[in-house]
Design a protein around this ligand. Structure first.
Ligand code: COA
Length: 155
């Protein structure tokens, strides 16, 4: 599926879904369980204004959503948000294939670059995919965790 990813160690199907898909309930639970609840991010929500027009990518094993990431197109660039893999499936290559698929989709749309706000423990993960840090670290207004903007040029 991409030039940057090896095959993950578990068999998954990658597909884009809409919020109307029955699998989306698992997406909201995954976002909550992996990205919000462990960090006590009480101000964070599982649904935001970008969700209706985001491209929601899921990694599905059987009927289980084991990984998720979304692409939010913004003019000639796109933001990637909510990259999450179930704890028991982490470090098996799933995050890498999810990211590679979103980058491939952004390339297909001929976007100039993709960007994201990385939590500090994930910076190395994104660097391995070619993303570069841009600017100083910061704390987002809602999610009180240190982040840094990272970008991957596509053109
Ligand atoms: C970050 C995340 C999406 C990566 O997905 P993954 O499937 O575990 O990643 P992959 O197996 O494809 O890649 C693993 C590589 O990424 C890096 N990496 C992944 N998770 C890491 C972590 N928690 N700490 C440090 N490095 C990490 C490592 O370099 C690792 O390679 P290694 O195992 O050979 O050392 C996943 O760990 C996750 O959901 N973490 C919790 C939520 C989160 O922080 N999301 C990112 C928000 S910006």
């Amino acid at each position: 599926m991409s030039e940057v990813a090896d095959a993950p160690e578990i068999e998954v199907e990658l597909k884009f879904i809409t919020p109307a898909d029955p699998l989306f309930a698992q997406v909201e639970k995954l976002r909550w369980d992996v990205l919000i609840e462990p960090f006590d991010l009480t101000g964070e929500v599982t649904w935001d204004d970008d969700d209706p027009h985001s491209s929601h990518l899921v990694a599905v094993a059987g009927d289980r959503v084991v990984g998720y990431a979304r692409l939010i197109e913004q003019g000639d660039v796109a933001q990637i948000r909510h990259v999450a893999v179930l704890p028991e499936e982490q470090r098996a290559g799933l995050g890498t294939v999810l990211m590679a698929a979103l980058v491939a989709e952004a390339r297909r749309r001929e976007l100039a670059h993709v960007w994201l706000n990385s939590r500090m423990p994930a910076v190395r993960f994104y660097e391995r995919l070619g993303f570069e840090r841009v600017g100083e670290t910061f704390y987002t207004p809602v999610v009180h965790l240190e982040h840094v903007r990272m970008e991957l040029a596509l053109q």
